[in-house]
Design a binder for this molecule. Structure first.
Ligand SMILES: *Cc1c(COP(=O)(O)O)cnc(C)c1O
Length: 373
């Protein structure tokens, strides 16, 4: 059994994907071929924003969004300590400072009340350096963007959605990637919409921000050999765009299958409460279940036991960002963000992908029950 079964997916759409790749090979338009614009138009329309800009990874999508806001050394960005490193890494890379706020105990997303508290504290300082908020829509469930946007508006901050796990999710009937000033997603192979290498996209309805991201992804140039900004080489490959166009045709069907798998797990695992806590998906949210992550006190015992049964699991994430060596300079210590630390000790992701069968899921649930009996 696979944690994410990319092979089953490829075999299902093999002809279409092979044809799409062959078309790029035949045209030799490897860099910025017509597939890029086609994909950008389709995905912008799908999420409901004016602009989508294909880039080389989710990490670069986050970085380019911050660069477009001209984030400078000493600026501060509020974000979550419970995410993949990239979320905070891009802030540090620009020599700005990640200011962590703890997460909600139920959704594992940023807690707006805690952000409001931090801002009040920071307002007392001589200089208010906070410029924006990066909120992750973790495991495929959107953060509370109405609350986050309203805090941001009150204090003149931008909100960047780290939608690397939530492409296709909805929040109050609006799609992830359209909920904030700007959003970044990833097409890493195992993400809900994945390509066959690295890829990402920036989404925004702000014309000038979009224009700047477009230039920044190509060495800050508006036209060849004329450079307005110091930028990056951060283009999406045409071959990856072609793969994504082929896969995107099946994306809505896959989302339905993801919903079904998520609902099945939750229905069965409810019976194991309180030993197992299934994910809490709020009524106004539709999760894409980039991960199906449960909370278990005896996490390491369960993972070990499932492994013996041939069931792969993963931990997203075992160590919160404020305790990572790379961010030592921030001076945090254990106990600073107790909710994130508690969840990091108990979270466990189960196999999840659209091609998971009910038989496989039933076997997994059965093995969990017996491991914890
Ligand atoms: C995957 C991921 C990223 C990084 O995306 P890449 O395409 O691997 O660079 C950033 N943030 C979160 C929350 C992610 O899950």
């Amino acid at each position: 059994m696979n944690f994410v079964d990319l092979k089953r997916q490829y075999m299902s759409y093999k002809e279409e994907i092979d044809r799409a790749i062959a078309a790029v090979l035949n045209s030799a338009g490897f860099i910025m071929g017509p597939e890029i614009k086609e994909l950008e138009e389709q995905l912008a329309a799908y999420v409901g924003v004016k602009h989508a800009i294909g880039v080389s990874s989710g990490t670069d999508a986050l970085l380019l969004a911050l660069m477009a806001y001209d984030i400078k050394p000493g600026d501060e960005i509020i974000t979550t300590p419970f995410s993949f490193i990239a979320t905070a890494e891009v802030i540090s890379l620009l020599k700005a400072k990640p200011v962590f706020a703890d997460i909600e105990d139920s959704t594992y997303n940023l807690d707006p009340a805690k952000i409001a508290g931090i801002i009040e504290q920071k307002k007392k300082a001589e200089e208010f350096r906070i410029k924006g908020i990066i909120a992750v829509s973790l495991y495929g469930q959107c953060a509370d963007f109405d609350a986050l946007n309203s805090i941001a508006q009150r204090h003149g901050l931008f909100v960047l959605e780290d939608a690397c796990q939530s492409f296709g999710a909805t929040y109050k009937d609006r799609r992830s990637c359209s909920l904030t000033d700007v959003a970044a997603t990833s097409f890493f192979p195992s993400k809900p919409l994945g390509c066959y290498g690295d890829g990402g996209m920036v989404f925004t309805s702000d014309d000038s921000l979009a224009g700047k991201v477009r230039h920044l992804r190509e060495h800050g140039s508006q036209k060849r050999y004329e450079h307005k900004y110091v930028g990056l080489n951060s283009r999406l490959d045409t071959i990856q765009a072609a793969v994504l166009l082929a896969k995107f045709r099946h994306f809505e069907d896959e989302l339905i299958l993801r919903q079904k798998c998520g609902a099945y797990y939750t229905e069965k695992l409810k019976n194991l409460q309180p030993k197992v806590i299934p994910p809490a998906i709020l009524a106004h949210n539709r999760s894409v279940y980039a991960q199906y992550s449960i909370r278990v006190k005896r996490r390491d015992h369960l993972a070990e036991s499932l492994k013996k049964d041939g069931i792969p699991t993963a931990i997203h994430y075992p160590k919160p960002l404020h305790l990572q060596t790379a961010l030592d300079y921030l001076g945090h210590r254990p106990g600073d963000f107790p909710v994130s630390e508690a969840v990091a000790g108990e979270i466990l992701s189960l196999p999840m992908h659209p091609f998971l069968t009910e038989d496989e899921q039933s076997f997994i649930v059965d093995r969990i029950a017996s491991a914890l009996a």
